[in-house]
Structure formats: structure tokens, C-alpha cells
Design a protein around this ligand. Structure first.
Ligand SMILES: Cc1cc2nc3c(=O)[nH]c(=O)nc-3n(C[C@H](O)[C@H](O)[C@H](O)COP(=O)(O)OP(=O)(O)OC[C@H]3O[C@@H](n4cnc5c(N)ncnc54)[C@H](O)[C@@H]3O)c2cc1C
Length: 419
């Protein structure tokens, strides 16, 4: 039997950031939405589990606080975002070197100059690069000639040492891109964010972000544990056989699922995998809220962070919570956890024997694969009252997912006004 989507104007499939923003904007325009979410909670790839007093995000993630969608839509004060300190620790040989942020920590530049992470020329090139991206709008950066991130850095004159020891591990973590293959357009936009704002995590975990968005929707808008099996025009069929129809349908799933549901109307964007090994320890291996990078690029973990240094509520008092992020194909290795343990024992010695492994998250589709040419602002109206949104339509990020939700809501509203 086909029912109307609980008398909704629009059925939204998926309660990730894109679907939540889309439903919010449609609701604000006076349209009734019904959101169907396959899992047991909202947030999609941005969720947090509380386990034995630890807050474990589903994979190590960071919120850039000056993403335009973040500043416009989120109550950052309510999220109580704990922020990373600028700069990084970079592991080269047997030593952790402190590398300062030349923009925000000019006084520490001297210690940076002694770190074997590049030449003085590289520092000057870094300042030039940052000045370049800061003085241009994100829209302009996303339209410049495209190439891979590695080609972009090489063209900017960085030495191979600087690329391998700093850029590669840093953007391996952010773009899930251990080989710097992703589009320079994304790289430029992210660098702009890094250079002009803070990066951090909410007090209650990254999952607090979609929770805040979901709380703005009318009660009963979201139906959890309601996987959609198929989409046929503006009628959807749930896994239990229930069929519902509405005036428009928005597929707000990840890209590969949108492709499965809509076939040739939406290309599969490809996937970048990522994993995260979570450990607890009474003896934190370093004391500051900075990220640590694998300057050897041997991995498998490329980025480490002690989340409890950034936001103490991530761990019970007196205990530290460490995330070891593994982007790329290594994420899918069944022997990953023991390889990460071995790598970190090499870094921090026998103290790691007491570390407790809490969980390993393996996420085969961490982000869509956005190699060049990257064309954000992909089509969201695929015809016949069916729309699509998600990070695969814009940039693979919290900002991109939310922005695509906004764009799609505007397109749906215009379509419904016409019909
Ligand atoms: C480990 C990791 C680290 C990341 N790090 C960062 C970072 O530091 N900064 C940053 O900006 N971005 C980061 N990202 C990217 C960012 O999290 C994503 O781009 C964004 O969350 C995507 O949101 P979305 O709404 O497009 O998709 P999703 O979050 O995938 O939401 C899709 C929703 O659809 C649901 N769904 C799927 N199929 C169905 C179905 N058949 N029926 C009903 N519901 C369905 C899913 O359960 C999900 O809730 C990271 C991602 C990962 C995984």
C-alpha cells in the first residue's frame, strides 16, 4: 500500500548533516518534511559514542569553526568547542619536533627553523601561500585551474622534504589522502580555514553538531531505523515494504548509496577510506593540545591527537584519550590495530604496553574521492521531483555537506513553487 509520507511535502532520505540542513531549510519555508534514516541516530559520518566514560567519535574528525555554514547555523558557544593549539609535532627519525604556525606563533619561529621539516625558503613559501589563499574568497579558490595537491605544492616551489614531512601527513589526515592526489581546489579552501580560524571538537563530541541541527526540527520529523530500499519517482519504499509518496524526494545519503538508489542519475563519486584506533592511557605521550604528524609518511597512522587535551570531557579524569588516524588503503587492512600498536611502540617505547585499545573504527567511505578535476556545486535536481544532496555534490567536508543541504532545499522549494 502506498501512503503519503505522513502527509509530508518532501521526503528526505538520510539524517546526516546534508539531510538535516535540507530538512531545516524546507521546514523554515513552511514545507512539511519527513526524514527517513537507516541507522539508530542522526549525524551519519559525524557521530559520537559514549563508552566507559570516553567519547569516541566515529573516526577522528575536526570542526573548523570559521566554515561559513558553521558560523551561520551552529551555536558554537553551546557546543563549547575545545580548540587545538596552532602548530604541530612532527615525528622525524626518532625525534618529535615542534613546528610552530608561522602566522599565529611568530615568536616560536626560531624553534621551527631548527626542525628538519624544510628550509627557510619553505617557510617563506608557506607565508606566501597562506597570504595567497587568505586574500581570495572560497568561491575564487574553487574556480582556479585544477591539479593535484602534490602538483600544486611542487609548483609553489616547496622542497620534497617539506612536502613529505609536513604537507603529506597533515593533508593525509584532513583529505584522507596519503598520496596528495586530491584536488588543489579543496586543499586551498582547507588551508584558508586553517590559516584564519580555529580547529577543535565540541565538549560532548562531534556528534553534538548534528544533534544541535536535529533539535531545530519539529518533533517527529525524523524516523530512525527506517532504511529506504528504493526510490521510484516521488515514491520511496522502505526496507520493510512500506511505500510512501510526497511531492518531492531528496536523497541525502552518501554518494555511493545515492548512486545505488538513483542509478545513472547520480555517478558513484568513489570512496576514500579511513580508520581510527582509539587508546586510553594514564601517561599521555605529550602534554599539549597539538596534533602529531608522521613525518616519515610510513604510517599506517599519519595523525595522532590526544582528544582529552583538546576537550577534557572526552575521557574520565586522570586518563588520556588518544586517536590514531589511518587514512587511505591501510585503513582496510585486517591487521591494522596491531600494526598501529607496533608503530606507536616504535615512537613512544614501552609506555605503550599499558595503553588500552578501546576501539578501531573502519570507515570504507570516509569521504568521496575528489581528485581533479573537482567541480563543486554539482547538479542537485535530477528530474521528476527527485533531488540529491550530500558532500559528494560540493566539497567533502562538514561545510560541503551543509552547503549542499542548503542548495538543495532552495532548489526543492523553487520546484514546488513552480508545480
Ligand atoms: C573519519 C572521518 C573524518 C572526517 N574528518 C573531517 C574533518 O575533520 N572536517 C570536515 O569538515 N569533514 C570531515 N569529514 C567529512 C564529513 O564528515 C562528511 O563530509 C560529512 O559528514 C558528510 O555528510 P553527509 O550528510 O553528506 O553524508 P552522511 O554523513 O554520510 O549522511 C548520510 C546519511 O544517510 C543515511 N542513509 C544511508 N543510506 C540510507 C538509506 N538507504 N535509507 C535511509 N538513510 C540512509 C546514513 O545512515 C547517514 O545518516 C570526515 C569524515 C570521516 C568519516
Amino acid at each position: 500500500m502506498t501512503r503519503s509520507g505522513d502527509a509530508a511535502d518532501v521526503i528526505v532520505i538520510g539524517a546526516g548533516l546534508a539531510g538535516l540542513v535540507c530538512a531545516h531549510d524546507l521546514t523554515r519555508r513552511g514545507l512539511q518534511c519527513a526524514v527517513f534514516e537507516s541507522s539508530d541516530g542522526v549525524g551519519g559520518r559525524v557521530r559520537t559514542d559514549v563508552i566507559d566514560g570516553f567519547r569516541l567519535d566515529r573516526g577522528f574528525q575536526i570542526l573548523f569553526t570559521n566554515y561559513p555554514q558553521v558560523t551561520d547555523r551552529l551555536d558554537l558557544d553551546a557546543l563549547e568547542v575545545g580548540t587545538f593549539e596552532p602548530g604541530a609535532l612532527v615525528r622525524v627519525g626518532d625525534v618529535m619536533h615542534r613546528v610552530a604556525d608561522p602566522i599565529r606563533q611568530p615568536r616560536q619561529l626560531w624553534s621551527t627553523l631548527r626542525a628538519p621539516v624544510g628550509t627557510i625558503g619553505d617557510r617563506i613559501r608557506l607565508l606566501r601561500l597562506v597570504a595567497d589563499v587568505r586574500t581570495r574568497s572560497a568561491v575564487t579558490l574553487l574556480q582556479r585551474p585544477d591539479m593535484s595537491t602534490r602538483e600544486r605544492l611542487t609548483a609553489a616551489g616547496f622542497t620534497p622534504t617539506m612536502i613529505e614531512r609536513l604537507w603529506r601527513p597533515l593533508f593525509a589526515g584532513i583529505q584522507l589522502d596519503p598520496d596528495l592526489e586530491v584536488s588543489r581546489r579543496r586543499f586551498d579552501v582547507i588551508l584558508r580555514m586553517l590559516a584564519s580560524g580555529d580547529a577543535g571538537v565540541p565538549r560532548l563530541g562531534m556528534g553534538a553538531i548534528p544533534q544541535q541541527l536535529a533539535a531545530q526540527l519539529p518533533a517527529d520529523t525524523i524516523r530512525l531505523r527506517a532504511p529506504v530500499r528504493s526510490v521510484d519517482g516521488t515514491t520511496v519504499e522502505l526496507a520493510d515494504g512500506e511505500r510512501l509518496s510526497a511531492r518531492a524526494v531528496v536523497v541525502a545519503t552518501d554518494g555511493p548509496t545515492a548512486h545505488r538508489l538513483l542509478g545513472a542519475m547520480v555517478a558513484d563519486p568513489g570512496s576514500r577510506a579511513v580508520a581510527c584506533c582509539w587508546f586510553s592511557t594514564a601517561q599521555a605521550p605529550w602534554a599539549e593540545a597539538v596534533i602529531a604528524l608522521d613525518g616519515t609518511s610510513n604510517g599506517p597512522a599519519r595523525n595522532l591527537a590526544i582528544l582529552s587535551h583538546v576537550s577534557p570531557s572526552y575521557a574520565p579524569p586522570g586518563i588520556s584519550l588518544l586517536a590514531a588516524a589511518v587514512p587511505g588503503p591501510d585503513a582496510l587492512d585486517p591487521a591494522l590495530t596491531s600494526r598501529v600498536r607496533e608503530q606507536l611502540a616504535g615512537w613512544f617505547g614501552s609506555t605503550t604496553h599499558d595503553w588500552v585499545h578501546l576501539r578501531t573504527d573502519v570507515i570504507p567511505h570516509g569521504q568521496p574521492d575528489q581528485r581533479p578535476p573537482l567541480h563543486p556545486r554539482q547538479r542537485v535536481n535530477v528530474g521528476g521531483g527527485v533531488f540529491v544532496c550530500g558532500d559528494h555534490r560540493d566539497t567533502a567536508s562538514i561545510q560541503g555537506a551543509m552547503y549542499s543541504g542548503e542548495r538543495t532545499a532552495a532548489a526543492v522549494a523553487a520546484h514546488l513553487a513552480r508545480t
